[in-house]
Every structure is written in structure tokens, then in C-alpha cells.
Design a protein around this ligand. Sequence first.
Ligand SMILES: [Mg+2]
Length: 426
Amino acid sequence: MSSTQYTKKIALVDCNSFYVSCERLFNPKIRKKPVVVLSNNDGCIISRSTEAKALGIKMGEPYFKGKDIIIKNNVQVFSSNYSLYGDISRRVMRTLKRFNSDIEIYSIDEAFLDLSNFTDEEVEKVGKEIRATVLQWTGIPTSIGIAKTKTLSKVANHIAKKTQSGVTSLIGIENIDPILEKVEISDIWGVGKQLTKFYQKNGIYNAKQLKNKSNTWIKKSSNVLSSRTAMELRGIPCIDLETTTSKRKSCVVSRSFGKRVEKFQELREAVANYCLNASEKIRSESLVAKAITVFVRTSPFQRNFGYYSNSKTVDFPIATNNSIETVKVAMSILDSIFKNGYRYQKAGVMLTGLSNAEGKKNLFSSEKDEKINSLMRSIDNTNYRYGRSTLSLASAGVQKRWNMRRQYSSKIDTADFYCLPTVRVY
Ligand SMILES: [Mg+2]
């Protein structure tokens, strides 16, 4: 049947309990044990293993609230290790690109893949092959949902999470109403809290009811986005895959400090580091930035120490991704917005007005620019091979007292040479 060739087939690949799975990769002892991962500064529970879910530990719950259950059941606790998760995520995405280079990386652990080139009959088998390959090459278990639209592939993915094979395809199913009937309205992709309330008020409690509601009613009472969601539930693709990374218009790096920072020098080091990370990030995507924003603030919850928050944006003379330049400008911004006597809780930098770096030569390009570019390239290559911040700028500091609180960190970093495991041979 050649007609089946033209149905759109979208797969959503989602890594199971991603952060927990990353920690388990290098720690086989915790494979079958309950495990949780905490958010920045060990605040909330943001990833749970199946065993931890079974104990009743809730997603997003503050760590102290779950502590009783955690101690009683000997649950393994980890501080989040984003350097590790980012690296594993890149490996998973690279593996997915083997099947179709046009993928939309939706989040650190999710990607949409266009599988329209495969026939209806093949597509489930392809899904299983993708799952097996990702597991074999990266060690990360995934769930895969396949359907005619992105919204339906999300539905399929929910079902896949509960199946043994981990792969569910809705392609070729004539009537999906019985399936949609079991999907609560709040679980539909793109339906948030407000919209859920609104739909429920109007008697729409599940995906089937939304699918069968008239478009005129939806458009009139909500908006175009909602009618797109309903169309997608009917199997009509309305939301395209966003496959080009260059769509990104800005790059933000910001953190809350592990402990309050008062010294100008420490704040300078932190901001310089965020600049280095942001510059490296946009270089890796071959982008240059038009402007940079630096912001600082104290904790809004400790106003007895005085509250202060400020930010400033400065345009670069020429769009750049050069770390030396971004750090230089960021330092001068920080000079102008820093105020003595406050306990800073958070700082960050944002590179904006991003565009492609290629062919960005202009009247003012010089041999010196070429030299700086090649210096940046060798810094990136060295840091890629020997671990982040092997080569750095002096302004970024060495001690990093302002770093995040990470009491339970696994201290594994696949991007850091010094985190390689040591093996003793007798
Ligand atoms: Mg996931």
C-alpha cells in the first residue's frame, strides 16, 4: 500500500527516570534500589526510580518532607549533577540522530523524531530497534510513543511507559477514542493548569471529549493553540518539528549560590564562569551573540538583610562568541551594578540576539580575530578532552566558594578527566 507511506509518523523518545538512570550507570549497586535525585542546592526531589515511586515519594516534594520515608527505606539520595546528565543526554541524542538526523531535542531527556519514511507496518519494529540501540550504546532505558502528531505521540508515550516493551505505536489504529477516553485532560500536552480548570468547567474531562468538541467552540472560547491541540488529537498534524538548533535566540547561565555571597571578588568569579559556560555553549552551536545581560539579586525571602536586584544589558561592538570579550564586558557591567553590603543569592548572564557565526566577516575582521577564534577552538577542544575548566581565564577563579550546595553528589563526571574511576591492580 503506497498510500500509507504519506502518513506522518512522529516518535517521542523519553528517557525513563533520566537523572536516576544516569546515576545508576556508574553505580551498579543501586540498580534495583530506590533512588532519588535532588534539585539545585538539594531542595526538592526531581527524579525518582520506580522503587522510590512505589514508596509514595512524590515528584517535586521538598527533600525534608520525604526524609522520614527516605531514611526508613534506605533510599539512595543524590544531588543533581548536571554536567553528567548533560553529557549523557548528548550521547542519547547523538544515538537518535543515527535514525534520522532531523530530530527536535525537546528537553534534556526527550526528543521528537520524524519516522515518516517508514511504512505503517515497519514503524513499531523501528521503535523497538531505537530503544534497544539507545540502551546498548548509552545504558539509558527509554519509552517510545509513535503516532501521527506530536500531541498523540505524547499520549502514546504515556502508554509506553507502562508496557513491558517500552514502545507503543498508535499508527494504523482506526478508532483511538477508547484510548483517548482514559487520558485525563490535564495530562494532554500543552494543556496547563488554567486550561484544565476551564475545560473541566465546560464538562471536558478527557482527551476524547476535547477531540470531539467543535473547533468553532474551542476557538471562540479559548485560543488558536487550543484548537491546534484538538486537531492534533484528531490525527491532523498542526505543530511542526523544530529541528534546527539555531532557532535558539538566547543562552542563559545562572545559578543560586550554595551560600550567600558578599564579596565582590567571589561574585566576579561566578559571573566570569557563567560567561565562559555561555560562550562555550554558543560556540558549540556556531552562534554569535549581539548583546550580553548580567543580573544579580539577593534572596527575596530574607528581606531583613535588605533586598537588592539589578541587571544591565550592553551591546557588543561586533557580534561575538569570544570568551575573553564576553567576560570583559560582563565584568564592566558587574562593576556598575554591584552594591556593597548585600548578601547575594543569585547571579547570571544572558547572551542574546544570537545568529549564525559562519561567514560573519566584516570590515573590521582582522587577522587578530582569526587568532582569537583559533585560540577559542583549542580551549574548547582541550576542555572537551580533559574535562571542563582545564583551560580557563584567570578571572574565573580557582576556589569557587560560591558553588552550589551538593552534599550528596556522586562526583562522577564523564566530561572530567579527574573523575575517571581508579582501578587497583595487585
Ligand atoms: Mg523522562
